[in-house]
Design a protein around this ligand. Sequence first.
Ligand code: MG
Length: 313
Amino acid sequence: MPDLPAVSVRPGLPSEVRIFEVGPRDGLQNESAVLPAEVKVAFVERLAGAGLRTIEATSLVRPDRIPQLADAEQVLTALASRQLGEVDLPVLVPNLRGLERAVALGVEHIAIFGSATDTFARRNLNRGLEEQFAMFAPTVARAREAGLRVRAYVSMCFGDPWEGRVPVEKVVAVGNRLFDLGADELSIGDTIGVATPGHVHELVGAFVDAGLPVDRLALHLHDTYGQGLANAYAALEAGITTLDASAGGLGGCPFARGATGNLATEDLVWMLDGLGIATGVDLDALIATSRWLEGHLGRPSVSRVVRARAAAG
Ligand code: MG
């Protein structure tokens, strides 16, 4: 369907959006299937071939923590030898030790993973909300000294399974601290997918009111409650121009077994194509990539666009 979706431009929206593809990291780390390194490398190559320019490649956490990504060094070494064009390949690092491994592997862009709530910080990082900054400080300082760019994920920004609704002021305060530490970009995560469009406006508006740079904010949306695209549209209205997404909707929701997790890149690109917003992504090539990966994962993609295309033959 090369002439679909039909393009209808809406005033007030950006003309271009940067998609931060998280499938190979956030997606695969939450899949039960463990893929061979060569499939992961081919996946990143195919995503780059489909026009994605920012692809989070893997995570340098301790291999026993996330067995799905235990081959991170092998994947990064293989990717370094491939001709991918002008592609940015960020890598998640948990701490200074992970950062040193990243630097040795020639990584140029890292991501750290923080929390907007105390309970999740304690469960995920083994530290309180305040102590997480002390943990990140040397990692970010060393990364910047080595000339690396730093993205900071902030999880549980809209709701937390233990604390319920998360006040927007709390998220802004955490974001402010991470910018102060030296983060170049914040990825505001709806980790359990409970955001709604008004809440997205309220949170982005709170960042604006605090004088923080919206052009350095990304939204990381989950489709758990079917709100992913509505929230993405609200984010565009609020001035956000970077959106995280996962090819094929890879990665379930870690806090709701069996539920949908990451917003699917194909679904996002379909909406952006329809709005005439440039992403550089070739939707057909991206769909073909997710269908190819279905064979390796042994299950169909949860992306509505991929499924609609598969059903259409
Ligand atoms: Mg996610």
